[in-house]
Each structure stands twice: as structure tokens, then as C-alpha cells.
Design a protein around this ligand. Structure first.
Ligand code: SAH
Length: 378
């Protein structure tokens, strides 16, 4: 990380720095390195970001800090809460760029699904985000910022237990920032977030996949096709990195980490949902220790795809189990606030549902906070 701060006197954003980054930064300013730990404790443990309150730092250092570091988080433009408890945050990433993050409760987990890019270049045919060209990659501080904003709104006693990079964007198209954000959140004097509780989901950028294992994070791979022909049809990236290469990288991940891979498989009516698909899927993934997450397609306007019937989904699920696969049927969460898989975008224009909900008192929403759209021109 390059930190040419002082020449311009622009404060560096604290949330983009790992402990070694901050130590190096302070050293460059002639400060003691243990100050870095103190700062981490104030900011992440105490959630104190006003240097004036950091009582174990010298007065002079406190006075300087404001010019050296910024503790700015991406602004929350709207915060929607679904009837099922799912929460969706819309963040202002400046210059009319916005991204979303989703907090998903379940019996024993509270999972935060974060975004890694504004828009996405992978262009999977069924994905809402994929319809927007990549506008820009997020920085590490913007990824950590999504976490901190959600964290700061938790109820007493709650904590985020898992992070999944399954929001907007392709995390392995933005590896540096993604893995930096994992380092930052993992820091002992910071959030101390376990790397084992972080899952990086990829559309299959094969040459980057080893980095997930190197970061000791979990790997999820969006398969979404049971052979090359079907997969290339719904995920053009398959032409560049076909199934044989993708599965080889998955096997390598298992061999180096000992961790099972999660395969995500979206059920698209008439495209990926036949029993033959189920059989091929089992064969295809047999050589990789894995579990398969099946996700019935979440519809969005103009997608050209349909969600299969519940019976078809159940039959597909059963067939995988009969063939001995370890399979999970993902429950659709947060549909009323347009927060389900593949429904995230940063363009309001294409989201009639969200507009309707925020402008009216639809029963499904238990609480809506929505401000600042006008300033953004949205
Ligand atoms: N780019 C990464 C992470 C974002 S997508 C990836 O491809 O893995 C997260 C998951 O949502 C992927 O498995 C994707 O296949 C799935 N998905 C995308 N659009 C969907 C939709 N409309 N309905 C259901 N799942 C969808």
C-alpha cells in the first residue's frame, strides 16, 4: 500500500490499513509503532474515532491525528429491514456510485454479504448486477466500511458471525482490496474476525483463485451450469476459464487448504433445472470435496429467465441427495426489500420494487430509513 500522505496533507483513511500498514505509516512519521495497536483498540474495540478522546495518546499526537488519518465510513443512504429480519444497506460511494450490503440472520449466524465492486464486468446473463458495466472497484476501506456501518447498527449482544463476498461485483476481479479488507478485519486489536468465517465467492477467475486459500478464507464457486455448453450460455466467463480448468483450481484449493468448496448453482427454469442437469452436476463435482448450494433463481425485471416451480426445485434437490451429494437448498431471504441473491444493483431506475416500498407503507417492511437520495440525484 502506497501512502503518500504528507506531501498533499490529505488524511489517509484508517479503515483501509492493516496493523503493519499503520505501523509503517507511523514509523514514517517518526512515531512509536505501539501507537498503531492503541489506535486499533480505540477505533475497533471502543469505536472511538475522535482523536481528542484517545486519552492514552499525547496531546500533541492527538492534535496531529486529525490531519493524518480520516475515519470516514461510506455514508448509509438507506437501510431497509425485511419481515424476515434481513437488512439491506445502500451506501454512497461518491460520484453517484452506490453499492449494497445485506445482513442475513439465521438460527446460529448473522451473515454480512458485502459488495466488492460498483457494477461488474463478468456479465452473467441471469444476474441483475451483471447488467451494469463495471463502474469502479471498491477500495479496502470501502469494504471494511460496509462491515463497520452494519456492525455499528447491531443490537446489544449481536455480532456479525460470517462475511460472504457475494454482493455486487466479482471479488477476484478486485483481489488486492478484497484480501486487504480481510487482513484489516482479522487484526487482533481490531475486529479480530476469523478468516475461516469469510467466504469469497467467485464466478471462476481461475488464475486468482489460489489467493483465497492463501488468505485462509473459504472458497465458493458459482457453477450454474452442468456442462460447458450450458455454463457458457449463462456465464460467458466460462469461455475463458472452462469447467475442466475451474474444477482443477478447486481441487488445488482443497489440496492446499483441506477446506471443502461450496458450489453455488442457480436453478433457471428450462435452462439448468432438469434431472439430467442434476445427474451431470453430481458427476462433475464428484472429484472435489464440496457441498452444493442450490439457489432458485430470483426474478428481476427483463432478465429473460424464470424461477422453476417449487416442485421442480424439490425434485432437483432430492435427485442430488439421492446421488449422494452434500446439498443445501438456499432459502430466499429479503425478497420484499430486493435483497436476495442477484438482485443487488446500484441503479434505482431499474428497481421498481424498492421505489414502491420506500415511498409507501407496504406491510412487509418493518422499518425504513431512507434519506439523502435527492442529494445524490437518484
Ligand atoms: N461474482 C461473485 C459473487 C456475486 S454473485 C460470484 O459470481 O460468485 C453471488 C451468487 O448469486 C452467485 O452464486 C450467483 O450465481 C448468484 N446469483 C446471481 N444472480 C442471481 C439471481 N438472480 N438469482 C439467484 N442467484 C443469483
Amino acid at each position: 500500500m502506497e501512502m503518500e500522505t504528507t506531501s498533499q496533507n490529505t488524511p489517509v483513511n484508517f479503515y483501509g490499513m492493516s496493523l503493519p500498514d499503520l505501523q509503517k505509516f507511523l514509523k514514517g512519521l517518526g512515531k512509536e509503532q505501539f501507537r498503531a495497536q492503541q489506535l486499533f483498540k480505540w477505533v475497533y474495540e471502543q469505536r472511538v474515532t475522535d482523536p481528542a478522546m484517545m486519552s492514552n495518546l499525547s496531546k500533541d499526537f492527538r492534535a496531529e491525528l486529525g490531519n493524518l488519518l480520516s475515519f470516514e465510513l461510506p455514508r448509509v443512504i438507506s437501510h431497509l429491514i425485511s419481515v424476515d429480519g434481513t437488512q439491506k444497506f445502500l451506501f454512497d460511494m461518491k460520484n453517484c456510485n452506490t453499492v449494497e450490503a445485506v445482513l442475513i440472520p439465521s438460527d446460529d449466524r448473522l451473515t454480512l454479504c458485502v459488495s466488492s465492486e460498483v457494477g461488474c464486468n463478468i456479465a452473467c446473463k441471469f444476474c441483475f448486477t451483471g447488467k451494469q458495466k463495471l463502474k469502479r472497484r471498491l477500495t479496502a476501506e470501502e469494504i471494511v466500511g460496509q462491515f463497520m456501518q452494519a456492525h455499528d447498527r447491531l443490537k446489544d449482544g449481536q455480532r456479525i458471525s460470517n462475511i460472504v463476498f457475494m454482493g455486487m461485483g466479482e471479488p477476484l476481479d478486485n483481489s488486492d482490496a478484497v484480501f486487504k479488507s480481510i487482513d484489516v478485519l482479522h487484526t487482533q486489536w481490531g475486529m479480530n474476525f476469523s478468516r475461516r468465517k469469510v467466504t469469497v465467492s467467485t464466478a471462476g477467475i481461475v488464475p486468482e483463485m489460489w489467493k483465497v486459500g492463501a488468505a485462509k478464507a473459504r472458497l465458493a464457486v458459482s457453477l450454474n451450469g452442468s456442462n460447458d455448453e450450458i455454463r457458457s450460455q449463462v456465464m460467458p466467463i466460462n469461455k475463458k476459464y472452462p469447467l475442466a480448468e475451474l474444477l482443477k483450481a478447486c481441487r488445488q484449493h482443497y489440496e492446499t487448504t483441506g477446506d471443502k468448496i461450496t458450489f453455488e448453482y442457480v436453478l433457471l427454469k428450462g435452462v439448468t433445472d432438469s434431472l439430467e442437469d442434476a445427474d451431470r452436476l453430481v458427476k462433475l463435482t464428484r472429484s472435489v470435496p464440496c457441498k452444493i448450494n442450490i439457489i432458485p433463481f430470483n426474478e428481476h425485471p427483463g432478465s429473460g429467465f424464470e424461477r422453476p416451480s417449487d416442485e421442480t426445485v424439490a425434485a432437483f434437490h432430492q435427485r442430488l441427495m439421492d446421488r449422494g451429494a452434500h446439498v443445501l437448498l438456499r432459502r430466499t431471504m429479503g425478497r420484499d426489500i430486493f435483497a436476495a441473491c442477484g438482485q443487488l444493483t446500484s441503479e434505482f431506475e431499474n428497481k421498481p420494487q424498492l421505489m414502491d416500498i420506500s415511498n409507501s407503507k407496504i406491510g412487509g417492511i418493518s422499518r425504513v430509513r431512507d434519506f439523502g437520495r435527492r442529494q445524490l440525484g437518484l
